[in-house]
Design a protein around this ligand. Structure first.
Ligand SMILES: [Zn+2]
Length: 398
């Protein structure tokens, strides 16, 4: 994987490169950030960068791999070369000095599963969905309702592997995805993380830092991975496939800066969110109960995920409306049709009504995620919005 395949995060990429350049690489790092931020792809790209022949040179002893650079020293490349033998192996996840650990489950009772037992699936999974989350992974390996786990046996295996010499003379890199699943077993790794051999590098990637053993956490250099910004997501979507700039922008807008969600949305057929929203608002403002009931029937037929996306889209438009109201420039790339819609929203609702609607939308999304009965939920929302919008009309008249 290349850095350029990781969406956004330019500041962190250059921080990592600079640590290498200055010979200040910590031996145990934790990349921490929410799902869809790209912690795992970043770790994969960084590992490839570190083993690339063009970046390092394997004939140098590991502890001299990255001596502090003098000012006139040549700068390291910003990207791994992608063509040397090390890069090729790293990209296929078969480099002998890059080890992977991730949650797995026992296929049969009494099994002592190791990550290595699932390495074929892992390679396929990463090549298809490097932004996948734990749920995607467990689905992929058909864990069904079983929980993933990183076991004591796995920790013994890590200790064993890292005690061996590096195969290719460079770094031995241990990637641990979701170290929050180590539980107390993680204590078995303490010594290794505290006093690693100079050629050992731990890259841990978590979505939930608070669940990592404090004894482990205190020994890690923590690097926070922020959400990629909307513009970066949009650009990445455009590069990703056969999608128009307009589609990429729409999907980025409802992705809540979660690139995993954005990719998932791409796989679904695009919905006519503006049309659906227009019908709803017309039903509430003009047409009356019959149209409202029909609209509620229609939206109830969409799955929860789609209903959530629709509400996110509405919330996104309201944000644009509020921006315009405040005199801010419209977001770059906002199409005229959406700008029009946002302006119309400003005519039918004042600022406090819009804020009340955004609050209601956020609550509704929260309940949809927790399995609320969505037909009743959209009924209740319709009534709430009726009162919010009609109160506003009265306020405008008086
Ligand atoms: Zn290379």
């Amino acid at each position: 994987m290349f850095f350029k395949q990781v969406v956004g995060l330019e500041e962190i990429k250059s921080k990592l490169r600079s640590m290498v350049q200055k010979g200040r690489l910590s031996h145990a790092m934790l990349l921490t950030g929410a799902e869809g931020n790209g912690g795992l792809p970043l770790a994969l790209a960084f590992a490839q960068y570190l083993v690339c022949d063009k970046v390092t040179h394997k004939t140098i002893a590991p502890d001299l791999l990255f001596p502090a650079a003098s000012a006139d020293e040549e700068k390291l490349p910003i990207e791994s070369c992608g063509v040397c033998a090390s890069c090729v192996k790293a990209a296929q996840l078969i480099h002998p000095d890059i080890h992977y650990v991730y949650p797995v489950f026992a296929r049969k009772s009494g099994d002592k599963p190791l990550s290595a037992d699932f390495i074929v699936e892992w390679r396929e999974f990463i090549s298809q969905s490097p932004y996948g989350n734990l749920y995607d992974w467990l689905q992929y390996i058909q864990a069904e309702n079983k929980q993933g786990n990183i076991s004591a046996y796995e920790c013994n295996e890590i200790n064993r592997k890292l005690s061996l010499k590096s195969f290719e003379g460079g770094y031995k890199i241990q990637i641990i995805w979701m170290p929050e699943f180590l539980g107390n077993e993680g204590n078995k790794l303490l010594k290794l993380i505290e006093e690693p051999s100079p050629d050992t590098l731990f890259l841990l990637i978590t979505e939930n830092e608070s669940k990592i053993l404090p004894t482990i956490l205190s020994r890690l250099q923590i690097i926070k991975i922020p959400r990629p910004d909307l513009h970066d997501i949009e650009q990445a979507l455009k590069l990703h496939g056969q999608f128009s700039a307009d589609q990429a922008r729409k999907i980025a807008a409802v992705s809540q800066q979660n690139y995993r969600d954005a990719l998932r949305l791409l796989q679904e057929t695009p919905e006519d969110w503006p049309g659906l929203l227009r019908d709803w608002l017309n039903g509430i403002l003009k047409s009356g109960p019959v149209a409202q009931v029909k609209w509620i029937e229609d939206i109830s037929k969409l799955g929860r995920e789609r209903q959530k996306q629709f509400l996110q889209y509405f919330s996104h438009l309201l944000e644009q409306a509020i921006r315009l109201r405040m005199g801010a420039e419209p977001l770059a790339g906002l199409p005229d049709s959406e700008q029009d819609f946002a302006l119309r929203l400003n005519r039918v609702a004042d600022l406090s009504s819009q804020q009340a609607i955004v609050d209601e939308i956020n609550k509704a999304i929260y309940y949809i995620e927790r399995n609320a009965h969505t037909k009743m939920l959209f009924h209740a929302l319709t009534i709430r919005f009726y009162h919010i919008l009609h109160n506003h009309e009265v306020a405008v008249v008086t």
